[in-house]
Design a protein around this ligand. Sequence first.
Ligand code: SF4
Length: 358
Amino acid sequence: MQAKALDARALAALAANPGCRRRAILDGAGVDKGALASALGSPSVFGQSQFAFVRGNAFEAKVKADGGTELLRLAHEKLDRAAEPPTEARVPDLTAQGPQGRTARTELALREAATEAPGAWTLLDHPMLALDVAGSPAFLEPDAVVVHPDGSWTVVEIKSFPMLDGAADPSKVGAAARQSAVYVLALEQVAARLDPAPRVRHRILLVCPKDFSNLPTASAVDVRKQRAVTARQLDRLTRIEEIADTLPEGTCFSPELPAEELTEAVETVPAAYAPECLSACELAFHCRDRSRADGAVTSLGRPVRAELGGLTTVEDVLAAARGEAGDPDDPAVAALRRAAALRAEALSGARPEVAPCP
Ligand code: SF4
């Protein structure tokens, strides 16, 4: 089975849960987690419908038609009004063999934009960028990168969700910003190899259909915060080799293995399930079932987990609330006992003796 390449969406999700070793090793090994989830008996409902995929491709083709005339007009209008309008733009051919070849071709095109066409607008359609992730290269393909006349670079993200009256669904814009932040980090690595290093803009161009039409409109999205968070989280990822070294000899995650064998292999790597996984990872249903079966409080959400301090299972929490376990000076234990007493009062109508909160 062919290894599945990490894309920016997967990287943004990985960075959002840096404590999950399971996801890190599966992504690092290029395992198709959708196929794996099905083989484990917990298929994911994650991903884009075929209809949305076709509609998205059609919209992107429209945005980039005529050598990207409309796209560059939007880049000029939203990001660089002081520059000359893009009457004629360069659109270099980026075709090459394999991801490494395409990455090298993209880097060459970016160099040439600075040396051969200073002061011109250049549009890179589906460039390929490489980013080192926990010791393994990830190849990323933004929708486009624009080189401005001043030599700076902008990431362009084209989405098919609508922008109504100039604003789009904040959760979708947030996801697009996190994805773009990954491209910005990869572009910064390319820029650092050039002399002088071009500026990578931290405001990306988000292009969406206007209202309920299929006419493109755009807004500049500041991704500084997402860039900083993603960079920090990617730095925190445990190196893939370190995780691999802890696995039993011969561990294999091929979705073609029998479910029982596969479950055993997956369970050898610790996970860090949280409800947020449901919108970010194909294995969410499998990990949620395991987390619930273990009685882990993380399945109740990170805020609840944080409130409970050292109590990590539902069993521990109930024992602490009943006064059977736990240190009464622990604020979490004291709060649980108080809540249990108030609950008993509400159910019985009696007035219990409740200790004040510490
Ligand atoms: S669903 Fe499982 S593997 Fe995926 S990030 Fe969450 S805990 Fe990790």
